[in-house]
Design a protein around this ligand. Structure first.
Ligand SMILES: [Zn+2]
Length: 1015
């Protein structure tokens, strides 16, 4: 599943700018009203049942008969093997209330397995025959499911999931033995049902039988039901688009993680894999799609409706089942091994060729993964469906992956290379899931990183396959994944990557950056320890052993250990990785040359401790890791090849070959490990000298790593504040993009702390001094369609470096940069031709709006409304938040929330970006608190949105007053907002602490940047 993201790498006065890697926001629309309705229905149902109970009791007393015999309806209902009738939803609800009342009598929970948050496990589904009639005119559907069940332990209860379904008829039949054929003994078929009812608290449906189901026997459960095609983006939902000025509707599913139960009764936990045969009946003006190709289809003589029977799926989890009813068109291609790939989208998008790029790379990627994993793609076809609205960037349904349009359609004329790269990575991610996820599925949600971490890691490996020059895995991975997640995971409010979840409502929470990014970083560390060949061999064995089934992390460790042993390397991967997956956080490894007089200098001391930004909570001293530490030694002219040391203890001494006073040590070569490295001050000094004299002796990955480690170690108080500042003094010598990107991320972090301080110009002048020469050397890109929009031919690294330097220069106040941006905007306004190069439009728009008058703001506002290109709309909207004029900012905030001028999914971005603008900070923070009730109602259910908003409006707070305001807000309103508020509190406390402890030292160094003084 692809999450939407907004990385914090925004520029300063570029305040408004999101990092170019930030993805657009897509939200689930509000669900409150629906919940209120459901709630009302429940209350009504409960009231009715109480009333019924009173009447029944009264009648029973009067007639002097036993109460139990009056409950006749649902007891007798089972006589014919089914009960209820069409439209008898009311009785189902009464039954439901009775079920709950039964529970309230305090019966033993084991006797009522539906009260547990997990399915009881006495029964397993083997196959579903699911037939649906889809009514697009009134957005409803009705269905019949027939589930072949295998009884594991004797039980009278069939417990499965439903949510918001109106269950109509239920019947159960016994089939003979293990063969699954219906029993032909007289009367052997139908089983008598005692009663059946929903249990909404756990989203379960319970069928109680008169007699027990017997182990090893096969049964069949038949349920018919009705439901709505929802307006919210979960379960089977609808959305719309405009074609030839006409509104068109489509309906599609989103079942991950727990929403298949909203579309049909099923055993909705990943471990209950089964095969599915789906039949869809609908108006013939629509096309229908599912995981598998259509086996046969027919038109009804009666009403002319189309019925599509889809081929039986392989064994798979319920949340990967998918279908869609739409009137999209497609383009297709075939792989060498005969898999048909189709891209379905709005007809106008298909005819304009907007899907061609994704189709082309998907074909290449299927080949790539088949070669890499040495396991064939399992299905005869793969459809990619581009939908206008989706709760996530994309969803990897097997054979029918669904993407929000912005993540799959590419308009080469107006798309920047960063948009293309982002889209590429989403496609690479989802295709990887066809193996890690669809084919082998994590047993339970606690190990969701087993699929998300892999897919995120392979985003970089697979993109490198498509575009080897981009060098993603060795470079961009560091800043966008490793550095990014170490910021989060260095907080004491972080959590282990494998986290327990039981409640259905908690499952959304496991899809966070720790699962995606830390998962990817750990997998990359492991791949580097094992070496490419053994890593691939282990993955191949893992996939083959667990295909069409489920696996837990220990299954992976055991296959990887086996691969290592086959080459005589005896490492217990499970033992090593448990430290990294079951413990939160990561270590800082300190390498120092030995100071002891007894030991000769070629010994080094290595120690490890839990890295935390909050020094005072460093009480978790007991945490220890098994660390694969690679070390090189070097001097001004050469560097040794790396050696691998396993660090298992708090402190260890290692022999390291010849070193003297001029030799530096470098740890974590190419930053393949998930940890930070610190050194003694003398070693930092030697490394910094090396960078100033000849940076290229040190690899580009390590240059970026040294910058990130130095800034973060200083921020957390492990290093004097002058060290990172002196380190970046070498940047004028830095020719590569990655170290610049690493530095700019760190500088924007500092900028958030400093931009309201009196001495701010000391800092901004220092940054501009480092940037000036490279900025002037690289210049600005030229506008021209030939070089635009086609990253395949572009020299990506050069383009990115140029962009980074322009962003730094304009953000920190380089006058020439400002003049250039203003000239571009003036040209646009006067000529009404936008000749601004695509890759820097966001920077120019934002800079223009912040420096120029109100008319420019109005001009951009008008352009925002008139453009149709999604990527352009997004950066125009963000530019509006860059204004210095608080009146305009206030107007924008109010318009966003209260009108439909700003798309609902963009409102959060507007608030966050206003907060990034130093002039808008107080405004956004105040606005957020005032409107919290509305925002929480609208975005609260999508936890990821909520935490993005909370993080976005609080990360800049850094005064005691603001900290108190945050505490007060948490106390009065922060109930139920998930882990985002405690995390925000820790970050703001860290900001305040940094000012208290380190700001003076920081500015002191800037006033006197003595070359040799690190302290
Ligand atoms: Zn994913």
């Amino acid at each position: 599943m692809g999450l939407n993201d907004s990385s914090p790498g925004a520029m300063r006065n570029g305040r408004g700018l999101s990092d170019q890697w930030a993805e657009s926001v897509v939200v689930r629309p509000r669900t409150t009203e629906r919940h209120i309705t459901v709630h009302k229905r429940l209350v009504l149902g409960f009231a009715l049942s109480i009333l019924t109970l009173i009447i029944v009791t009264a009648v029973a007393v009067v007639l002097s008969v036993r109460f139990e015999e009056c409950g006749g309806r649902d007891r007798n209902g089972g006589a014919a093997g089914e009960s209820g009738s069409r439209g008898s939803g009311g009785s189902a609800k009464l039954n439901g209330s009775r079920g709950e009342r039964t529970g309230e009598r305090g019966d033993d929970e084991a006797a009522q397995p539906w009260r547990s948050s997990r399915l009881p496990g006495s029964i397993r589904p083997r196959h579903y025959d699911l037939a649906l009639a889809v009514y697009m005119d009134n957005f409803t559907f009705s269905g019949e499911v027939s589930i072949e069940l295998e009884c594991i332990n004797a039980t009278r209860f069939i417990v499965l999931h439903t949510d918001r379904l109106e269950v109509d008829k239920v019947s159960v039949t016994a089939e003979s033995g293990a063969g699954g054929r219906p029993a032909n003994k007289p009367g052997g078929g139908a089983m008598r049902i005692h009663r059946h009812f929903p249990y909404p608290a756990t989203q379960m449906y319970v069928v109680v039988l008169h007699r027990e189901l017997k182990p090893l026997r096969t049964y069949r459960l038949n349920v018919s039901f009705d439901a709505a095609i929802e307006d919210e983006l979960l379960g089977f939902f609808r959305s719309s688009y405009t074609l030839h000025r006409e509104k068109r509707y489509l309906a599609v599913t989103q079942f991950s993680p727990i929403h298949a139960r909203k579309a049909f009764p099923c055993f909705d936990e990943p471990v209950y894999k089964a095969t599915f045969s789906l039949t869809l009946r609908h108006d013939p003006q629509y096309t229908s799609l599912s995981n598998m190709p259509v086996d046969s289809s027919s038109l009804s003589d009666e009403d002319g409706w189309l019925t599509n029977h889809f081929a039986r799926t392989p064994r798979m989890s319920t949340y990967y089942l998918a279908w869609a009813v739409c009137n999209f068109t497609y383009k297709e291609t075939q792989t060498g091994s005969g898999v048909t790939i189709r891209l379905y989208a709005r007809p106008d998008a298909i005819s304009s060729g907007a899907g061609d790029y994704a189709l082309d790379i998907t074909k290449k990627l299927l080949g790539f993964y088949q070669d890499y994993f040495k396991v064939q793609y399992s299905l005869p076809k793969l459809d990619l469906l581009a939908v206008p609205k989706h709760p996530y960037a994309a969803m990897e349904n097997w054979g029918l992956s669904v993407f929000v349009e912005q993540k799959i359609l590419l308009d080469a004329e107006v798309s920047s290379s960063s948009y293309q790269m982002e889209l590429t990575m989403v496609v690479v991610h989802e295709i990887c899931h066809q193996w890690f996820g669809d084919l082998v599925t994590p047993v339970w949600w606690e190990d969701v990183w087993l699929k998300e971490g892999f897919a995120h890691f392979f985003e970089y490996v697979g993109t490198d396959f498509l575009f080897p020059k981009w060098n993603m895995e060795k470079q961009r991975f560091l800043t966008d994944v490793l550095h990014e997640v170490m910021l989060l995971d260095g907080l004491s409010t972080s959590h282990p990557i494998s986290q327990e979840v039981e409640q259905a409502t908690d499952i959304d929470r496991v899809f966070d950056w720790i699962a995606y990014k830390k998962g990817a970083a750990l997998i990359r560390m492991l791949a580097n320890v094992m070496g490419q060949t053994l890593f691939q061999k282990g993955l191949n064995d893992y996939l083959l052993s667990h295909m069409y089934s489920n696996a837990a992390r220990d299954d992976l460790w055991s296959k990887l250990s086996q691969a290592m042993r086959s080459e005589g390397r005896d490492i217990d991967i499970g033992q090593m990785m448990d430290r990294w997956t079951l413990q939160m956080g990561y270590p800082v490894v300190t390498i120092s040359k030995n100071q002891s007089e007894q030991l000769p200098t070629h010994y080094i001391t290595i120690s490890q401790e839990h890295f935390l930004y909050a020094q005072e909570v460093k009480s978790n001293n007991s945490l220890q890791w098994q660390i694969p530490l690679t070390v090189s030694v070097g001097n001004s002219s050469s560097v040794s090849s790396e050696i691998l040391l396993w660090i298992n203890n708090k402190t260890e001494t290692h022999r390291i070959g010849q070193i003297d006073d001029n030799t530096w040590l470098l740890g974590n070569i190419n930053q393949t490990g998930y940890f930070r490295v610190n050194y003694d001050l003398q070693n930092w000094k030697l490394l910094i000298q090396q960078l100033h004299n000849n940076p290229q002796i040190i690899s580009v990955g390590n240059r970026a790593g040294l910058i990130d480690d130095a800034f973060n170690l200083a921020r957390a108080g492990y290093l004097p504040q002058g060290v990172p500042l002196q380190l970046i003094g070498y940047l004028p010598e830095e020719p590569s993009f990655l170290p610049w990107h690493s530095a700019s991320r760190a500088l924007y972090q500092l900028d958030k702390l400093l931009d309201r301080t009196d001495e701010y110009s000391l800092f901004s002048d220092y940054v501009l001094k480092q940037v000036a020469s490279r900025y002037h050397q690289m210049g600005w890109p030229t506008y021209g369609p030939a070089s635009e929009g086609n990253v395949l031919q572009a020299s990506y690294q050069t383009e990115e470096l140029q962009r980074e330097l322009i962003m730094l220069a304009c953000s920190f106040g380089n006058k020439q940069c400002h003049r250039q941006a203003v000239a571009y905007i003036s040209d646009w306004i006067s000529s009404n031709k936008n000749r601004i190069p695509l890759n820097i439009r966001d920077i120019v728009y934002c800079t223009g709006v912040s420096l120029m008058d109100e008319d420019v703001w109005e001009f951009i506002w008008m352009k925002f409304h008139s453009t149709n290109a999604v990527s352009e709309k997004k950066i125009l909207l963000e530019a509006l938040t860059c204004s210095d004029n608080t009146f305009l900012l206030n107007r924008l905030l109010n318009l966003s929330l209260t009108s439909d001028l700003v798309p609902e999914q963009d409102v959060i971005d507007v608030i966050i970006h206003v907060g990034r603008n130093p002039q808008g900070r107080n405004l956004a923070w105040k606005y957020f608190r005032e409107k919290w009730d509305i925002l929480n109602a609208r975005y609260g259910e999508a936890l990821f949105m909520n935490s993005k908003l909370i993080g976005g409006v609080t990360e800049f707070l850094n005064t005691d007053r603001e900290l108190n305001e945050l505490k007060e807000f948490i106390q009065t309103s922060g109930v139920g907002a998930g882990p985002a508020l405690p995390r925000a509190l820790e970050i703001v406390e860290g900001n305040v602490r940094w000012h208290r402890l380190h700001r003076r030292q920081f500015y002191q160094w800037l006033r006197k940047p003595a070359n040799s003084a690190l302290g």
